[in-house]
Design a protein. Structure first.
Length: 118
């Protein structure tokens, strides 16, 4: 499959979608981490029912599956998460990459440093 390259104007058009995907990944990672902490705590209790453990494990698995789905969606767009900054999305351009760093209230969009995209 041919790798997609974005000009700045094209990249700006997908920012709302990237913001949504980024937020989804961030929220689900945070939830999975909290559930994992709760699961570790509950496993330490001798009177914990098996259904409680299975329920927590299922919730964690759901979050991890949805994170993978979001990452596949980024891949379909030709974008990926920055390995050095997990909440930054790299958008391939002819000069390397545009880095999208944004939240709902603040969007920063700039050229990524050299070597930012493999």
């Amino acid at each position: 499959m041919k790798r997609r390259i974005y000009a700045l104007k094209e990249a700006e058009k997908i920012v709302p979608l990237l913001r949504s995907i980024g937020k989804e990944i961030h929220v689900r990672r945070r939830e999975a981490e909290e559930l994992q902490k709760r699961l570790d705590l509950v496993r330490g209790l001798s009177r914990t029912e098996g259904t409680v453990l299975k329920n927590l494990e299922a919730q964690i698995a759901t979050h991890l599956r949805e994170i993978r789905a979001s990452e596949r969606e980024l891949d379909h767009l030709g974008c990926r998460l920055d390995e050095r900054h997990p909440l930054r999305i790299l958008i391939p351009s002819s000069d390397g990459a545009w880095a999208f760093d944004g939240s709902l209230d603040d969007t920063r969009f700039y050229a990524a440093p050299a070597g930012g995209v493999a």
